[in-house]
Design a protein around this ligand. Structure first.
Ligand SMILES: [Zn+2]
Length: 338
């Protein structure tokens, strides 16, 4: 009797260890401990027919084996249950935090808003070289080698090649684009620009601009005003006004300084707009005849307007960024907010 019991324990333990699914485990459970035909159940049932001496020994061992088997079955059941849960989709599991996916840089976001707006007005988006020839950055835009405007746009030059420089504005694309595609043409040129500048909260040696222009047979100052007003109202709401005041830029005639109703005080006057109620947002004007000539166009036949926006400045205004350097330093803590 003792041998039969020990053999049963060996076989049952091996059978439990060999199971890989809960169904297999239940089958083993039934085979050994099933109430009707379980092997051990049958033995326990027959104990009453044994002699008193055998009954004492076999009965107690059989009960020990029963407990041992039940323990092994329970442990195996728990393990198999855990494994089956691992491969199941857990609907309550939290999603990864949003920041780990990254977000678009605030300047990229502003640029995309503007690109969409201008596409609606029929403007093409162009990009061009950041390392630019002196001719397209200055001379073609009516800024001669000894022009004082060059002092305000000092930049980084290539050693031993003074005619190559890091562009100071994306207007450098204006003559390139008109030579390439001819007129009529309306385009915006967003991109990175450079100035040899000491950095502080308002100045940075690398910044982003978006220049644009429209050239055609009868483009007038009225079109310029219309486009700038539509742009300002798109960015800051339908009550926004545009104020244009004369300003000198070598490549336009006449040139204007474009201001919009202060977004912070709605024109009442505050510290940020220096109590004028207006914020300077763009420079603009009618393209100078010399620039059209440089683009191989006859100024008697074609006219056009050009404008420039500081994307860096627009991003700072929109998101309330007080230090321009934050936009370049790649701090995750800063960028996570956008
Ligand atoms: Zn204000």
């Amino acid at each position: 009797m003792k041998e039969i019991l020990e053999d049963l324990l060996t076989r049952a333990t091996a059978a439990v260890a060999a199971t890989t699914t809960l169904d297999e485990l239940e089958a083993v459970d039934t085979a050994f401990l099933g109430r009707k035909q379980g092997e051990l159940t049958n033995i326990l049932r027959g104990v009453k027919d044994l002699s008193v001496e055998e009954k004492r020994i076999a009965g107690s061992r059989a009960n020990e084996i029963k407990i041992e088997l039940e323990t092994a079955l329970a442990a195996r059941r728990e393990l198999l249950q855990e494994q089956s849960e691992d491969t199941t989709f857990d609907i309550s599991e939290p999603v990864l935090p949003r920041a780990s996916h990254g977000t678009l840089h605030p300047i990229t976001q502003i640029s995309e808003i503007l690109e969409k707006f201008f596409a609606g007005l029929g403007f093409t988006t162009l990009s061009g070289p950041e390392l630019e020839h002196d001719y397209f950055n200055f001379e073609a835009l009516h800024i001669a080698p000894d022009h004082p405007a060059r002092d305000m746009q000092d930049t980084f030059y290539i050693k031993d090649h003074p005619e190559w420089l890091m562009r100071t504005h994306t207007s450098s694309m204006q003559v390139r684009a008109l030579r390439e595609y001819g007129a009529p043409l309306a385009a915006i040129m967003p991109g990175r620009c450079y100035r040899n500048e000491a950095t502080d909260v308002r100045h940075e040696h690398t910044f982003h601009q978006m220049d644009g222009f429209m050239v055609g047979p009868k483009i007038s100052f009225a079109e310029l005003k219309g486009v700038l007003l539509a742009l300002a109202q798109h960015l800051y709401g339908p009550d926004t006004e545009v104020r244009l005041r004369p300003k000198f830029y070598p490549f336009v005639e006449p040139g204007v300084n474009g201001e919009v109703t202060c977004v912070f005080c709605k024109g009442k006057g505050c510290k940020l707009c220096k109590h004028t109620g207006f914020l300077e947002v763009f420079g603009a004007g009618m393209i100078h005849p010399e620039v059209l000539r440089a683009a191989n166009l006859n100024p008697e036949e074609f006219s056009g307007f050009a404008f420039g926006l500081g994307l860096t400045r627009l991003a700072m205004l929109k998101y309330g960024v007080s230090d321009v350097r934050l936009l370049q330093n790649s701090s995750v803590n800063f960028l996570e907010q956008f």
